[in-house]
Design a protein around this ligand. Structure first.
Ligand code: ADP
Ligand code: MG
Length: 349
């Protein structure tokens, strides 16, 4: 069946339930999603929110309990992985330890019966792109974590998939290498123009790499938008708290401060000044230094509010116990839909 080829991947009301009866786990609940060709799309959410299950259903490793999955215009919902135009990079890379790097990369071509010379030529070209040509004759155990990561990528890319699925591919790397690989992965994706569907629980990774982000919570997609909209205009309390630091206020506090039932104010949007100025008076409880900014937590009328001071601003950071004024512009307040969760006042960092 051919549906719309303008979409790389389309999920229509897809659900996945593991087990039955009392043991049933609703891993993915009614997810509908359109991913465009060439898009870098990230599934973001906490552990257990259904990201991997969703990715496995796109790859064909798990079949949906209900719903339809369309890839490049074809309904692939019931097809096995090898009949889908996608490839997957798993978190543990799953390289063949007994094969050399070039043999690992060429593997998909060997399985397809491509002749040995072409196999090697294509594998070497790809290794060159990944700046790995010098490691071609090594075994995976003789590589660093970052190199193994790139070999896994090259191996997944050699079959020229229309869509590449990546499940927390940078999870095993230390922070510095992880940041470098985030940059490299993003530029590689731009260069190749292949659709990437990337899974992470790391909000910074999601915001910095993606064209669009889908935020998962308990198997549902709470919001799909570009990174800036996700950060500045979260739709739900969950998204506001999961992405970055947020002062989320509801009830009487929100009514008094913002005249809204529920709202979010990001810490960097609060201006701290000398006591007696600003909309609100507060007392500093704690300060933390983050290199680029100070994070100051203040208590005002029984409510904790967190404010950031950019170090580059040259403004002095107040000390615990100091009285301060807190101010913000009306545009800094983002209304949130009130939901059943009693979010009196909290800040997630
Ligand atoms: P994430 O990748 O966001 O951490 P998963 O998709 O792995 O989340 O898991 C979503 C939920 O489904 C979790 O509660 C998990 O325990 C459950 N789950 C995942 N795979 C299976 C499985 N094969 N059998 C039973 N439950 C599973
Ligand atoms: Mg997972």
């Amino acid at each position: 069946m051919s549906i719309s080829s303008a979409l790389a991947v389309s999920l229509v009301n897809v659900s996945c339930i593991f087990g039955t009866g009392m043991q049933a786990v609703h891993a993915v609940r009614g997810v509908s999603l359109d991913i465009k060709p060439g898009e870098f799309f990230t599934l973001l959410g906490p552990s257990g929110s259904g990201k991997t299950t969703c990715l496995r259903m796109i790859g064909g490793f798990t079949l949906p309990t209900s719903g339809v999955i369309v890839i490049d215009g074809d309904d692939v919902s019931q097809l096995p992985p090898h009949l889908r135009p996608v490839n997957t990079v798993f978190q543990d890379y799953a390289l063949f330890p007994h094969m050399t790097v070039v043999q690992n990369v060429a593997f998909a071509l060997r399985v397809r019966g491509v002749n040995a010379r072409t196999q090697k030529k294509r594998a070497m070209e790809l290794l060159d792109t990944m700046q790995l040509a010098h490691t071609a004759e090594r075994k995976p155990a003789e590589l660093s974590g970052g190199q193994r990561q790139r070999v896994a990528l090259a191996r997944a890319l050699i079959g020229e998939p229309k869509v590449l699925l990546l499940d927390e591919p940078l999870g095993a790397l230390d922070l510095k290498l992880r940041e470098q690989m985030q940059y490299e992965l993003k530029s590689l994706q731009r260069k190749l123009g292949i659709t990437f569907i990337f899974v992470t629980h790391d909000q910074h990774e999601a915001l910095s790499m993606s064209d669009r982000v889908g935020v998962f919570n308990h198997g549902r997609l709470e919001q799909v938008a570009d990174p800036q909209s996700i950060y500045e205009m979260p739709k739900t309390i969950f998204v506001a708290n999961f992405i970055g630091a947020a002062n989320v206020l509801s009830g009487d506090v929100a009514k008094n401060l913002f005249d809204l039932p529920c709202a979010m104010l990001r810490p960097e949007r609060i201006v701290l000044s000398a006591s007696g100025t600003g909309r609100l008076q507060g007392k500093v409880q704690e300060t933390q230094y983050f290199g680029t900014h100070w994070r100051v937590s203040c208590i005002s009328q029984g409510t904790t509010l967190v404010a950031d001071i950019a170090v580059a601003s040259g403004q002095n950071c107040p000390k615990p116990g100091d009285e301060v004024g807190l101010d913000w512009s009306a545009q800094a307040v983002h209304p949130l839909a009130e939901n059943a969760v009693p979010a009196q006042s909290f800040c997630s960092i």
